[in-house]
Design a protein around this ligand. Structure first.
Ligand code: CTP
Ligand code: MG
Length: 231
């Protein structure tokens, strides 16, 4: 079956601050998005669709895709206001069928090993997401900062991307959510949970697969690069 990666790079990076969106910021000489796409380019994935911000298509084509020879990138489409709008725009650009790997452009430490592990699982269960067991205690807190509850840690997982689905499942779920305008959506699995109630399998990923979100993540990312001998 065909495998398509949707790489999301249409966010503005408000929490990072900075003059340019974080996915284009440089880390050890290359833009963050370069590292992300490189893993998919070198992997078993058949094709890549990039979702970028309004007016960024030409920049991305020239400065990322052409410059680094990412020939698996078949299309570059514009994203939308919220992440889930961007995902929907990307989904619409995919030719029917196969598996869809939805991945945050701001997660450059994804590895081919994780991609393989999730691929093996998605062949058995058509919806799989990557995550790691939570290390801290997590509390449910009210608006007034009063603790409401402490869920049992053993049952808590921190969810990352990629999130992988059979095409027909993710497309059906997104077609439904897009009509509803739901601002509580923060990942793709949530769309499938809410719209279809389809069982989603969590595949153990790695703690290093961080999303670069705030300035201190740049420091962590540099340390990770160093520890991998990639500085
Ligand atoms: N993203 C997107 N379209 C949006 C919002 C986010 O494609 N409308 C992408 C981002 O580019 C990023 C991933 O989704 O790769 C995860 O989002 P997040 O970390 O929240 O990035 P930003 O939205 O850019 O950051 P912030 O929320 O701080 O503004
Ligand atoms: Mg965001």
């Amino acid at each position: 079956m065909k495998t398509t990666a949707l790489i999301l790079a249409a966010g503005k990076g408000k929490r990072m601050g900075g003059k340019i969106p974080k996915q284009y910021m440089e880390l050890e000489g290359y833009p963050i998005i370069y590292y992300t796409i490189e893993v998919f380019q070198k992997s078993f994935i058949d094709e890549i669709i990039m979702v970028v911000g309004e007016g960024e298509k030409r920049y991305c084509e020239k400065e990322i895709v052409k410059k680094y020879g990412f020939n698996k990138v078949k299309k570059i489409v514009e994203g939308g206001k919220e992440r889930y709008h961007s995902v929907y725009n990307g989904l619409k650009a995919i030719e029917k069928g196969g598996y869809v790997y939805i991945h945050d452009g701001a997660r450059p430490f994804i590895t081919e090993e994780i991609l393989w592990n999730i691929q093996k699982e998605v062949e058995k269960n058509k919806a799989c997401i990557v995550g790691v067991p939570v290390k801290d205690t997590i509390k449910l807190v009210s608006r007034e900062n009063i603790v409401i509850d402490t869920p049992e840690r053993k049952k808590l997982w921190q969810i990352q991307t990629p999130q992988v689905f059979e095409y027909s499942i993710i497309m059906e779920a997104y077609k439904k959510i897009i009509k509803e305008e739901d601002s509580t959506i923060t990942d793709d699995a949530m769309v499938v949970e809410k719209m279809l109630g389809y069982p989603i399998k969590v595949v153990e990923g790695s703690y290093g697969n961080i999303k670069i979100t705030t300035p201190d993540d740049i420091f962590v990312a540099k340390e990770l690069m160093k520890s991998q001998g990639r500085e």
